[in-house]
Write a protein that binds this ligand. Structure first.
Ligand code: ADP
Ligand code: MG
Length: 557
C-alpha cells in the first residue's frame, strides 16, 4: 500500500474537498486551472504539461473578504465569471514585517453553451466561498454560524479635514473597493464641521444602519459615541456596531484594533488595509466606555484616554504639526521635552480587582446573542445578523440588551448619589460628587508633583505608541499611568521611545507608575492647564472617571 495514501486520506478527512471545477483564468484564457474549494482553502492549480514553478496556490478562506459571480457580455459570450477577493498577510518588500496585500482570483466558467447555466454554476461557487469563509472565521472563535445574511448597510462618516486632509483620497483608493468586494452597502457621509457627526448621529434613524463606521482620527469617533449616548434611546443606540478606519493623525483606536487582531505592527496605508479587512470580516465585540465627569460641563463618554500634563500638552501643541500625519506626536513630544515642567495636583483611584471575574458592574460572562442559533462570550459576526429589515435588527438589539443589563451590586461605597443619574447614558455607580471626598476604599496617591497622568482603555495612544500592551477592549479596566516629578528629560524620552514597542514598563523607570483601576479622580491645583479626552480638549479643572464595562460594540478582529 502506498504510504502517502494514508496521509492524503487523513488530510481529506480534516480538510475535505467540497467543490471541484476546471476553469480558465480571466486574465489569460490559455491558462486552465483546477480549482478545489475545501472547508478551509481555495486551492488553484495550473493544468500544464510542462513543469511550472509554483503552479499551485493555496488561499486561506480566512483571508477572503468576498466573492461574486457575474457575466461580462450578455450577447456574445456565454461564459460566466467568478471573482474572489483575498487579503493575505505577505512579507513586505525589503523588510522583515508582514502586512495584508490584496489578491484577486478571477476565473472564467464556460463549460456549457447555456449562459444561464454557466452563471448558475458561478453563483453556486460564489455562495460556497462566502459561506465557508464566514464559517472559517467563526471556527477561529469557537463558533459556527450556519447562515449568512444579506449584505449589511454601513454609514461611513469621513472627516475630510483629519490628518493630512487625505481621508477622502484614502477612501477612494482603498476603502470603496474593499467594501464593494465584501458586498457591504455603504453610504458615505462627509462631515462639514466639528460636531456635525455628533448632531447627525443624535438624530439619525438608526434602524437604517447595521453599523456606523468612522474614517478619521479618534476625534470623530468621540463625537459619534457622545452623540449616541445623548439620545433618549441611548441604551439601544449604543449597541450599534462601530467601526474605525484610520484617516487622521491620531489613529489610536485603529492601531489598537489591528493590535488586538494579533498582527505585527504596521502604519499608514497598511494599517488602513488591515482595518478595512477587519471591518469587512465584521466580527463585533464589546468595548468599554469611560464616563468623564467635570465640575461645570455635562458628563462625557470616552473610548480611549484621559490625559493631563505632558501627554495632554503634546496632544494640543501638536495640532499645528497635523500636516505631518501620525508623526505629529513625535514632533510634539520632542518640542515639549525641551520645556519639560511639573504639574501639581491630587490623584485618587479605585483599584481594579486582581481577578477580573470578581469585578462588579456588568456581568463578566454576559453574552452577545446574534440570534437564537449562536452565541459567543464576546463576539458575533455582523455578517450573520438575522436580516436586513429593521424588525430583525431590533431583535438583535433587544436580545443583546437583555443580556447586557447592568447588574450593579451596591455596596456602601458604590453610591446611589451620583449627580448624573437622570441624564441619558448609564447611571454612575462608583463616583461621589466632586465636592465630596472620594469613597473610603479609594487609594490616594501620596505625591502631588507629576509630569503626566494618563488613563488608557485601549492598547494604543497613537499609531506608534503601544501604551497599554495588555489592554483588551472589554476588560473593564482603566490602565492608569503617572510619571512622578524628578524624571530627567533623557529618561522621559527613553520611556516614549520604549513605548513604540510597548516596552516602557520593562524599563524599570522609578518615576513611572502603572496600575489598573475602575475609577479615578484628578484635582489639578493650577488654575490653567489642559485636559484631553480621546485627544480632544475638555473643560480644565477637577475631573473624575469610571469605566462602564462592554457598553459599546466595536467591529474588530
Ligand atoms: P485627527 O486625528 O487628525 O485629529 P480627528 O478625527 O481627531 O482627526 O478630527 C479632528 C477634529 O476635527 C475633531 O475635533 C473633529 O471633531 C473635528 N471635525 C470633524 N469633522 C470636521 C470637519 N468637516 N471640519 C473640521 N473639523 C472637523
Ligand atoms: Mg484627533
Amino acid at each position: 500500500m502506498d504510504p502517502r495514501r494514508g496521509e492524503s486520506d487523513r488530510n481529506t478527512c480534516i480538510n475535505p474537498v467540497t467543490l471541484y471545477g476546471e476553469f480558465t483564468l480571466t486574465s489569460n484564457r490559455k491558462v486552465r486551472c483546477s480549482v478545489n474549494l475545501t472547508e478551509r482553502d481555495l486551492v488553484v492549480q495550473r493544468l500544464t504539461s510542462a513543469p511550472v514553478r509554483r503552479n499551485k496556490v493555496v488561499l486561506s478562506l480566512r483571508d477572503c473578504v468576498g466573492c461574486r459571480a457575474y457575466r461580462e457580455d450578455a450577447n456574445t459570450d456565454p461564459a460566466a465569471y467568478l471573482a474572489a477577493y483575498f487579503y493575505p498577510l505577505k512579507r513586505r518588500w525589503m523588510s522583515s514585517g508582514v502586512s495584508r496585500q490584496r489578491l484577486e482570483q478571477c476565473f472564467r466558467l464556460a463549460a456549457l453553451q447555456d449562459p444561464r447555466a454557466n452563471l448558475e454554476e458561478a453563483e453556486k461557487w460564489a455562495r460556497a466561498v462566502q459561506e465557508r469563509s464566514a464559517r472559517q472565521q467563526h471556527l477561529g472563535h469557537g463558533l459556527l454560524m450556519s447562515e449568512l445574511s444579506c449584505p449589511c448597510r454601513m454609514m461611513l462618516l469621513v472627516n475630510p479635514q483629519s490628518g493630512k486632509g487625505q481621508a477622502l483620497t484614502l477612501y477612494n483608493n482603498h476603502v470603496q473597493r474593499m467594501l464593494n468586494e465584501a458586498g457591504i452597502i455603504h453610504t458615505l457621509v462627509i462631515t462639514e464641521r466639528q460636531n456635525h457627526a455628533r448632531e447627525m448621529v443624535r438624530e439619525a434613524d438608526l434602524s437604517q444602519w447595521d453599523a456606523l463606521v468612522i474614517m478619521s482620527g479618534d476625534g470623530l469617533l468621540y463625537e459619534v459615541i457622545n452623540g449616541l449616548l445623548e439620545r433618549s434611546d441611548w441604551e439601544e443606540a449604543i449597541l450599534t456596531p462601530l467601526g474605525i478606519l484610520p484617516g487622521g493623525s491620531g489613529n489610536a483606536l485603529a492601531a489598537s484594533v489591528h493590535h488586538y487582531s494579533g498582527a505585527s505592527p504596521v502604519s499608514s496605508e497598511e494599517l488602513l488595509v488591515s482595518c478595512g479587512f477587519l471591518l469587512c470580516k465584521g466580527l463585533v465585540s464589546r468595548m468599554d466606555l469611560v464616563s468623564i465627569h467635570l465640575s461645570g460641563s455635562p458628563r462625557l463618554f470616552s473610548f480611549l484616554s484621559l490625559a493631563w500634563g505632558f501627554v495632554a500638552d503634546v496632544d494640543v501643541e501638536s495640532e499645528k504639526y497635523r500636516h505631518v500625519g501620525a508623526a505629529r506626536f513625535t514632533v510634539g513630544t520632542l518640542v515639549r521635552l525641551a520645556s519639560l515642567r511639573v504639574y501639581k495636583g491630587k490623584l485618587a483611584y479605585l483599584p481594579a480587582a486582581e481577578d477580573p471575574k470578581k469585578e462588579e458592574g456588568v456581568s463578566n460572562n454576559a453574552t452577545v446573542h446574534c440570534n437564537n442559533q449562536a452565541s459567543s462570550p464576546t463576539q458575533v459576526s455582523l455578517l450573520c445578523r438575522p436580516s436586513r429589515d429593521s424588525s430583525c435588527r431590533n431583535t438583535f438589539h433587544n436580545s443583546c440588551h437583555s443580556n447586557n443589563s447592568l447588574k450593579v451590586r451596591r455596596s456602601d461605597n458604590t453610591p446611589s448619589r451620583s449627580a448624573t443619574k437622570a441624564l441619558p447614558g448609564p447611571p454612575g455607580t462608583l463616583l461621589l460628587p466632586l465636592d465630596q471626598p472620594p469613597p473610603g476604599d479609594w487609594v490616594s496617591v501620596q505625591e502631588e508633583d507629576f509630569v503626566l497622568m494618563l488613563a488608557m482603555y485601549q492598547s494604543h495612544l497613537a499609531e506608534d505608541l503601544l501604551a497599554a500592551p495588555d489592554a483588551a477592549p472589554d476588560d473593564g479596566v482603566i490602565h492608569l499611568f503617572y510619571v512622578r516629578a524628578g524624571i530627567s528629560r533623557t529618561a522621559l524620552l527613553r520611556l516614549f521611545l520604549a513605548m513604540e514597542k510597548g516596552a516602557h514598563l520593562a524599563t524599570n523607570c522609578q518615576h513611572l507608575v502603572h496600575t489598573k483601576v475602575r475609577a479615578l479622580r484628578l484635582e489639578p491645583y493650577s488654575p490653567k492647564g489642559v485636559i484631553t479626552v480621546d485627544g480632544e480638549v475638555v473643560e480644565y479643572g477637577p475631573v473624575q472617571a469610571e469605566v462602564h464595562r462592554g457598553l459599546a460594540r466595536l467591529i474588530s478582529g
